[in-house]
Design a protein around this ligand. Structure first.
Ligand code: ADP
Ligand code: MG
Length: 475
């Protein structure tokens, strides 16, 4: 075949960079994307500071992760930077650092020290004012003494990275960026960032992610508290059975892990404060539905992804749904990592489950309506489950899709299922879904009537009297 003639058409820096400032980030998503990088760099501490000083206000995110050497730091500033990712990593497109930063500011400085012996401090700066002048993809290579004070003052002894945003034109759009409104806006931003990070990284902060130390995040010096959407420390929360679904799509195959929870009705929370905190940033009604995690980081909080409508009566249902980066394409993860679209193959599997969860949630919700009756106990308080990346993209973690992740956090639940090879098929194929739903409904009903012990005895007897039936139900 003849060699076709090509012409190189290089994007214009000024206009391209300006449009790449608008990829759908708001402040909290932008900060979370920078924190993703810290998490990927195995940081155990991330400090976020929002400092108001009129037009000289700044935002800084500093970590104690493994840092970058000179070449890595330069590459980090490239749009579409190249790197190998392992499958649990949060990065993806090689855009976050640049696009999240420039969505908020016109000047981003990054200083970093790698975790290798004798590593020196390296610093680079992308200044949109300069790009406007030269219309080229240039960054500054800063000597340590050229670093802005706000970056310099956050540098640690060991390895780590500091990201500093200055010239916050998007955040301080007020006619008077030195005035009270601008200051209020920045303070409100700090509260918003605090809440968002506590939600998005709650598993990391609470130390639930395998092989990782707990992550400490501070915002303006105050530690961020993990927000558990499922209120697992409330004894009246009902944990329905977990499940692994094997999802095959034309964009790749992988495991999706489900953990459904029904939160306690109003009168069964341990305190009014606990209930208020459980309502979440968007409040009860809009926090029902799916909590979608990618690599243990929350991407979507609440909503039913068009599988049903939001409804006061099912507001107690919150479902944790985990997927890993091998399904990124199938889930249509966007650059800001702020939303996903469930692949149709998964929607088909979820449809009947959503009806079951909704029925249970509705029953729990209605159970409280007439009542002055004492709260019913659901499951005994369970220990916090650890969510793990599946061992391989297409192989379930074990033959038993209903098993709990690790022996240490198996709930003290009397009818934890037996390993059952048939059960693994039940989780992933629609024709076998009915026995699973029957079992889930029985378990939920037992939990709601406080009869889990009785169900446990029934299951034991069933296993010896009619083992096939027990197996079909996944017990
Ligand atoms: N805090 C950090 N610590 C160590 N390396 C970082 C940090 N922030 C960014 N990097 C490096 O810069 C690269 C580009 O980051 P980014 O633009 O966010 O894209 P992505 O995270 O999708 O790779 C990362 O892949 C990583 O190698
Ligand atoms: Mg990133």
């Amino acid at each position: 075949m003849a060699v076709r003639k090509t012409i190189q058409v290089v994007p214009r820096a000024r206009r391209t960079l300006t449009s790449l400032r608008n990829l759908g980030y708001d402040l909290r998503h932008a900060v979370a994307d920078i924190v993703d990088n810290s998490v990927s760099a195995y940081a155990t501490t991330v400090d976020v500071t929002l400092h108001f000083a009129g037009t000289r206000s700044w935002i800084r995110i500093s970590d104690n992760g493994h840092g970058m050497n000179a070449a890595e730091l330069t590459e980090a500033f490239r749009y579409g930077s190249e790197r190998e990712y392992d499958k649990t990593e949060l990065g993806r497109y090689g855009f976050g650092l640049k696009s999240a930063s420039t969505s908020q500011c016109r000047k981003v400085t990054v200083a970093s020290r790698a975790d290798t012996p004798g590593a020196t401090l390296e610093a680079r700066q992308l200044d949109l004012g300069h790009v406007d002048q030269v219309d080229d993809w240039e960054i500054f290579d800063l000597a340590p003494e050229e670093l802005p004070e706000a970056a310099y003052s956050a540098l640690r002894e060991g390895s780590g990275t500091v990201v500093l945003w200055e010239d916050l034109d998007h955040l301080l759009q007020y006619q008077d960026p030195t005035g009270g409104w601008a200051k209020k806006q920045l303070l409100a931003g700090a509260a918003d960032v605090d809440q968002h990070l506590g939600m998005v990284f709650h598993r990391f902060i609470a130390g639930e992610v395998p092989d990782r130390q707990p992550l400490r995040i501070t915002v303006n010096g105050t530690p961020v508290e993990a927000w558990d959407p499922f209120c697992r420390n409330e004894s009246s929360t009902t944990a329905l059975q977990e499940e692994d679904l094997e999802v095959r799509t034309r964009h790749g195959n992988g495991i999706v892990h489900l953990s459904p929870f029904i939160l306690p009705p109003q009168n069964q929370f341990s305190s009014p404060d606990a209930r208020k905190r459980a309502s979440g940033p968007k409040n009860w009604n809009r926090q029902q539905g799916f909590y979608i995690y990618r690599g243990n980081r929350l991407i979507q909080s609440g909503g039913w992804c068009r599988l049903r409508v939001l409804d006061e009566h099912v507001k107690l249902a919150r479902i944790s749904l985990d997927f890993f980066p091998e399904l990124d394409k199938a889930f249509g993860v966007n650059v800001a990592k702020a939303s996903v679209t469930l692949p149709q193959e998964l929607r088909d599997l979820l449809g009947p489950r959503v009806s079951t969860w909704s029925k249970v949630a509705d029953a729990v919700y209605r159970g409280k309506q007439p009542s002055n009756t004492p709260p019913k106990r659901s499951r005994p308080p369970r220990s916090v489950p650890t969510q793990q990346a599946p061992a391989s993209p297409s192989v379930p973690k074990s033959n038993d899709p209903y098993r709990r992740d690790t022996p240490s956090n198996k709930p003290a639940h009397p009818y934890t299922p037996l390993p059952s090879p048939q059960a693994s098929a039940a989780s992933s194929q629609l024709p076998d879904t009915e026995p699973f739903l029957a079992r889930q409904a029985l378990e939920a009903a037992a939990a709601q009537t406080g009869e889990t012990e009785a169900l446990s005895r029934i299951v034991s007897t069933l296993r010896s009297m009619s083992p096939e039936v027990a197996r079909d139900l996944g017990w």
